[in-house]
Design a protein around this ligand. Sequence first.
Ligand code: NAD
Length: 304
Amino acid sequence: MKVLVTGGAGFIGSHVAQAHLDRGDDVVVIDDLSTGRVENVPPGARFIEMDIVSGDVANLFDRERFDVVNHHAAHMELRVSVDKPAHDAAVNVLGSIAILEAARRTGVSHCVLASTAAVYGALLQFPADEQHPVEPLAPYGVSKRSMELYANYYRRSHGMSITTLRYTNVYGPRQNPYGESGVIGIFLNNALIGKRSVIHGAGDQVRDYLYAEDAAKANVIAAQHRLNETFMICSNTETSVNEVIEMLASALGRELDIVHGPPKVGDPPRTRGTHALFTGLTGWQPRVEIREGIRRTVEAFTKP
Ligand SMILES: NC(=O)c1ccc[n+]([C@@H]2O[C@H](COP(=O)([O-])OP(=O)(O)OC[C@H]3O[C@@H](n4cnc5c(N)ncnc54)[C@H](O)[C@@H]3O)[C@@H](O)[C@H]2O)c1
């Protein structure tokens, strides 16, 4: 199977590319390296530096004739999306349309799109499932929701087969520690470079963390099953920031340099999703529990 992974030089996309290679697939990665790094592209995948918003995407699809497209390239800094909503929409809406349109034109048999639980806005039900009301709060969630609606359009009007995966908080090796979110990567990197980390508020806010390899496996399974729907991909667990700090300290073998700052405006106290729908149809389960996932992440970040 010939698979295109957009954003495959980034964090989750590089794990998806690896998971497809592990299955014996022929993998092509495109990425503009805006936040991704060439070193993240797994050996065995063919890398092409390309902006998904550029006109080059159409030619690439004509030339390569992909069987499956896995779309992870995105702009994903929530706060930047507030300051630059047009940039966020250009990449996440127009870029996604360019990918879907090229896939339609060249007869790609299945697409998997990376979406986010941010489409829900403030969570009202715990754990959140796919039926949870959708009311994104920031432009990032709006642009991802737009991508989902375009996927519905391509399913309905062009008969395309598309799985949309809504992640909660994914963490693991190759997580970008310089972004605004992704507390595990940021705190770990700070500890390694001797920088103090700031906990916003008391640290009792809880998140649903999913290990990157588990997320990547869900992508490969989605491509195999060709399920034409939207799914929550999460761990259905809750871990507080304080617990994350304790697990990082335990894996590093030393305390972290931490201060508490004022709570972030709009930071939700709790996120938790359920993957029951996807699990019921495919058997996929998150396998790596958070303490082990953090141990592996620390190992990867500290490897010489
Ligand atoms: N990390 C999470 O917890 C999380 C949660 C929900 C959803 N997601 C989604 O998963 C996907 C991957 O996120 P990630 O955490 O790996 O982030 P990431 O920044 O590591 O990966 C995104 C990749 O897309 C590339 N990219 C950005 N703009 C591009 C463009 N115009 N053309 C080509 N490539 C471009 C970047 O260089 C980067 O390599 C995104 O779609 C994101 O919205 C991530």
